[in-house]
Design a protein. Sequence first.
Length: 459
Amino acid sequence: MAAGILGGSVVAAAVFAWPFLGFLMTAFVVPLERIGRLTNDSAVTTISLMRIVGALSLGAVLFQAVIRRRGLWTPRHFWLYLGYFGFLVISVTNQDSLREGIRGVSSMLANVMFLLLVFNSVRNRAQIKLAIVAWLVSTVGIGVFTIYQYHADAAVTEDQNAATGMRTTDERFSTVLHDSAEYELLGNNIKRAIGSTSNAAVYGINLILALPFYFWLLHSERRWWVILLLLASAAIVAYNTLLTNTRAVVATMLFSLLLCLLMGVARVRKEIWVGLLIGFVAIIPMIPPEIYERALTASNYTVERSASLRYRFTYWETALELISRNFWTGVGAGNQTIIPKTVRNIRMAPNASAHNEYLNSLMEVGIFGYMVLIAFFWALWSSLRQGAKRFSQLGDRDGAVLMRCIMISFLSVLFFALQADVMHFPLKGWWLTVGLGVVLERMSRMAAALPPDTQGSPA
């Protein structure tokens, strides 16, 4: 304990002296999620390594701002999300469970703090690249560990929590789950990779967020050993998406790869495409049969062959009914008991969302808060698109490709949101990339000699 306190004090001192070091550490621990949690998922407020390091880093940024008498950069994106957070706080009064309201609001408060950290931690493109690489390295490391546990049948846990997605600290290092979600269809439980998260869908979208950035690194890389390392990393990430055995994840990965082609992110040298093709062929024999049974069977994407899809229609109908009753004020942030209480014709977990981010957010906060959230999304998309266009006009190919990768991650999450309340996931990879995208757009304006953003002082 004494050694831990001493080591932690040294790290904290280093972070306060060099805040970017803390941000780099934060980017690295982003994918750890459940592995870094010190409390069970059911706790009112989750304590994790990610939150500790992030809070330390933000404290260092605020400390430097005070001693250097330099204001924080808070663009309109920050204020819009802060406004949405305000509606979330107010909405807690509309539900019965204060505990669930606090849990829902605390996770969104972490997003507010994370945005402020990203906006004020990086100063140049080199730092942005370092942060993204740290995130990708950690993602691949977890992917390797997950593949080992999946194929070695090591530490495979049973779903003891009725598909609630609530895991305990005892299961921290278990990355594979026996799932019974489609028992009616398949007649048995199946293995699904959940990685360092609490369920397969969360793990899958985290992996998909990372995929486009390997293409970005391949664009400018000339060293053959680094190219091989990047190709192997991309193969590990893609293979892990299949191991989640989640149809929505497979569909979203294909959507993301299609966007990579359409937006020019995948325009790499022919020899790299040959390497990708060889890697794809090499993966095929390794794919377990249960993946073909569930995720890679086309008929399983129909209502007749998918119980989870049928349940989603029920969730959506129920959410629309609740929205019509609570259109102006919503049912309250974090309210995951109202849908199970309303649905009477099927057995379901005691806590369940609408399984659609657009319906779930509107149901929670009502129309006014929802309009602020949509404005936040639009402001993000507008900045990313303008930044990519400006970098192209400046002849900065690397900057343009990086911005398009962020745009693809942004759109992939919005696509995934059609069948999951994805913005309620601990999706810090998304917040990291879009936050860096806003910073990059500001850099593009400075490079084009445009007036700096007047909504905040320089970072």
